[in-house]
Ligand binder design. Structure first.
Ligand code: ADP
Ligand code: MP5
Length: 267
């Protein structure tokens, strides 16, 4: 039997299970890769919001990454909530030291419920230390506005933001369209430094979109770990998140999680 592909998530814990490490590991499992994790923070969270953020010591982040690097080299990895400059530096150092490839950076900044998951002053370290090591970055529209230092209203603005973000030398920019203000289809834009490729899906009318960005970037990471090229991994991830949102679980009394089982059960 061929050895199973291994994927790593470096992210925060969501006690409610819909986003963060929990969403990532569920997605890895569903897409047939062996999931590993390094925690950067613990959040006390449910569908009503983030009730507490408890960062994990930077030395503990490094120790987790060293333990993984010494024994279980990942075929692909993603980052999620990194919280601070110090933790970003620790992650960047480990990626460079172990020469890890297939790095997907989900530049998590603010939870949909409003909590700050990345300190303001850490934005520049994310751009200067982490993005140059990354194969792909997956901002939503508000994150792309901050990374590109511009506002985004039109599709041309989105493309301009991709071009600006690519200047960090990240290889692919995947700008997600969930936050677009129109009610048309949700278009996620993939930019490879030269061409744009639009990935379109029907906009689902639901408020249960907690953890969609985490799940999407984890699905890309799983695809890369399994040897897919970026475009195929992104298309598979789009199908995965579309099914997960479409078949929402309707749990909790607030903004609920998506259904990580749904892609497996698709017709
Ligand atoms: N209402 C929706 N209907 C269909 N797909 C959606 C919807 N909202 C988000 N998505 C998809 O979920 C993923 C995450 O989108 P987005 O909301 O832009 O990012 P984030 O979760 O990071 O804020 C993207 O692939 C996007 O296309
Ligand atoms: C630990 C953690 N990581 C990421 C998110 C972002 O997810 P969302 O924006 O869907 O709330 C979150 N809420 N919690």
């Amino acid at each position: 039997m061929a050895p199973i592909a291994k994927a790593l998530t470096i992210a925060g814990s969501d006690s409610g299970g819909g986003a963060g490490i929990q969403a990532d590991l569920k997605t890895f499992q569903e897409l047939g890769v062996y999931g590993m994790s390094a925690l950067t923070a613990i959040t006390a969270q449910n569908t009503l919001g983030v009730h507490g953020v408890f960062p994990v010591e930077t030395a503990a982040v490094t120790a987790q990454l060293q333990a993984i690097g010494a024994d279980l080299p990942p075929d692909a990895l993603k980052t999620g909530m990194l919280f601070s400059h110090d933790r970003i530096q620790a992650v960047a150092e480990a990626i460079a030291y172990f020469k890890w490839k297939n790095v997907v950076v989900d530049p998590v900044m603010i939870a949909k419920s409003g909590a700050q998951l990345l300190q303001h002053q850490a934005l520049s370290s994310l751009k200067s230390s982490l993005l140059p090591l990354a194969e792909a970055v997956t901002p939503n529209i508000p994150e792309a506005e901050l990374l590109a230092d511009q506002t985004i209203a039109t599709m041309e603005d989105r493309k301009e933001a991709c071009r600006r973000i690519a200047e960090t030398s990240v290889r692919y920019v995947i700008l997600k369209g969930g936050h677009a203000s129109d009610d048309g289809p949700v278009i996620d834009l993939l930019f490879d430094g030269f061409d744009f490729y639009e990935m379109e899906g029907a906009r689902i009318a639901t408020r249960h979109t907690h953890g969609t960005g985490c799940t999407f970037s984890a699905a890309i990471t799983a695809g890369l770990a399994n040897g897919l090229d970026m475009q195929s991994a992104a298309l598979q991830a789009k199908a995965f998140i579309q099914a997960a949102i479409q078949n929402g679980l309707n749990i909790g009394t607030g903004q609920g999680p998506t259904n990580h089982f749904a892609y497996r059960n698709r017709k």
